[in-house]
Design a protein around this ligand. Structure first.
Ligand code: NAP
Length: 255
């Protein structure tokens, strides 16, 4: 019996990167995991296969968030996957992880990019929760994946940082709204993590990697598992007395 045996989880953006690690870790602890993704069928299938190979249970939910109909497709796919797995309807753990980045200063940020950032990073989590409220069981968990850029100033990511600040504020208000139902709501703020989004400048460039590592007092670049472990703590009963918080998981960056 794992800590999450009998629980059902949905992780958005779980075919790659941090979301993938969160899905693997929640499944390792016994949760049935819905693996959402936008378009990479192969990567999503691999996550489900890896979970199954380790004795866990998961299914894929293809739905692009941040576009009209995205949230509706997410919940329709979730309900369908659950029924196909022979499970009762409902959800215990929602992880709003899917997010996009636009690395621009204010002077060069295009309005269309700003709108897309808001759509994926803020509007999608907001309405995913709204449309999921009836499915989320009392005593459940919501974890939003924020970013260290809400604490550490990064003008070169200003629009992205703005959306993550909004996500933190959403977390705070929602925690109070859902407290009476025993549902905790927290955000986890990673620093630089070795995922595809950073591959172009981080992988194969030792100087860049050393520079990124030096931002953390632990002097290394974050790995997706570093974030997944924090999320899993908050998602489990161990995290029951923590709500409305932004948990810094930057390896002590810019202390
Ligand atoms: P990533 O490596 O780019 O992974 C992207 C994942 O999200 C994939 O599974 C992708 O699906 C999915 N996805 C992308 N856009 C989507 C959409 N519109 N709808 C549904 N799924 C979508 O990302 P990551 O680096 O793991 O980042 C995950 C989260 O952590 C994001 O919220 C990000 O802002 C946050 N974060 C990351 C870092 C970092 O350094 N990496 C630091 C701080 C915070 P497909 O495979 O189908 O494309």
């Amino acid at each position: 019996m794992g800590k999450l045996t009998g629980k059902t989880a949905l992780v958005t953006g779980a075919s790659r990167g941090i979301g993938r690690s969160i899905a693997l870790r929640l499944a390792e602890d016994g949760a049935l995991v819905a693996v959402n993704y936008a378009s990479n069928d192969t990567a999503a299938k691999e996550v489900v296969e890896q979970i199954a190979a380790a004795g866990g249970r998961a299914f894929t939910v293809r739905a692009e968030l941040g576009v009209p109909g995205g949230v509706a497709a997410l919940w329709a796919g979730f309900d369908e996957g659950l029924a196909a797995a022979g499970e009762r309807p409902g959800l215990d753990i929602l992880v709003n992880n899917a997010g996009v980045t636009v690395p621009e200063h204010i002077q060069t940020t295009e309005e269309a990019d700003f709108d897309r950032l808001v759509a994926v990073n803020v509007k999608a989590p907001f309405f995913t929760v709204k449309e999921g409220l009836d499915r989320l069981r009392d005593g459940g968990r919501i974890v939003n994946i924020s970013s260290g850029v809400t604490r550490i100033s990064y003008p070169e990511l200003i629009a992205y940082a703005t959306t993550k600040g909004a996500l933190d504020t959403f977390t705070l208000a929602l925690a109070k709204e859902l407290g009476p139902r025993g549902i905790t709501v927290n955000a986890v703020a990673p620093g630089i993590v070795d995922t595809d989004v950073n591959a172009s400048w981080l992988r194969g460039n030792e100087e860049a990697r050393a520079g990124a590592a030096s931002l953390s007092v632990l002097n290394r670049v974050g790995q997706p598992e570093d974030i997944a472990d924090v999320v899993t703590f908050l998602a489990s009963d161990d995290g029951r007395w923590v709500t409305g918080q932004v948990v810094d998981a930057t390896g002590g960056s810019a202390l």
